[in-house]
Design a protein around this ligand. Structure first.
Ligand SMILES: Cc1cc2nc3c(=O)[nH]c(=O)nc-3n(C[C@H](O)[C@H](O)[C@H](O)COP(=O)(O)O)c2cc1C
Length: 174
């Protein structure tokens, strides 16, 4: 049985929507009461990943070309976002490393402006630096603007990506 933990950060709800779609894709074809895919907000995420977790997914919004910082989260709250205690950056710094664990990151970003940098890339780098040797950058999902919404079709793409990841883990390739 494959267990997946999805840890997400989201200030306006867009990354949460994407994370939920990825979870739905991972759960596709599984029984209604299946508990093998867990979705948690970064504020509630464990600092030690349980031994029975086979795949860790980590996703958050891109702020100032990378992961959020206290100042960028503050900036977002002045624009109407819900504040969180910490972001992916602080959570990753607090983690107990697991070198063998497959980890894939994702993020949300704005498509219209051609801005460089992504939280998925920064998170994968920070995770490898922390000792998660198998951490890799996954997908970016696009939002229309800072508060969202998610660009049309991206929720469906996230669900498909989740289903692909499930196939990958169950075949033991990851
Ligand atoms: C302070 C701040 C900085 C941002 N910087 C970037 C950026 O560098 N590149 C980008 O594509 N989007 C940037 N954005 C837009 C966010 O990526 C967008 O708000 C986010 O994807 C929404 O996800 P959420 O609803 O999960 O918070 C920024 C937003 C805020 C509030």
């Amino acid at each position: 049985m494959m267990n997946v933990l999805i840890v997400h950060e989201s200030m306006f709800g867009n990354t949460r929507e994407i994370a939920a779609a990825i979870a739905a894709g991972l759960r596709r074809g599984r029984p209604e009461d299946d508990r093998s895919v867990r979705l948690v907000h970064v504020d509630d995420a464990p600092v030690t990943i349980a031994d029975d977790v086979d795949l860790l997914l980590v996703g958050g919004p891109t702020h100032a070309f990378g992961m959020t910082r206290p100042e960028t989260r503050q900036d977002a709250t002045t624009k109407g976002a819900t504040s969180s205690r910490e972001g992916l950056r602080e959570w990753i710094a607090s983690l107990t490393p697991r070198a063998d664990l497959p980890v894939v990151t994702f993020d949300t970003r704005v498509h219209v402006r051609m801005l460089p940098g992504s939280a998925a890339r920064s998170a994968a780098k920070a995770l490898r630096h922390k000792g998660f040797e198998r951490a890799e950058q996954g997908e970016t999902f696009w939002v229309e603007g800072t508060p969202g919404p998610v660009v049309t079709g991206e929720v469906e793409r996230a669900e498909r990506w989740g289903a692909e990841l499930a196939a990958r883990v169950s075949h033991g390739v990851s």
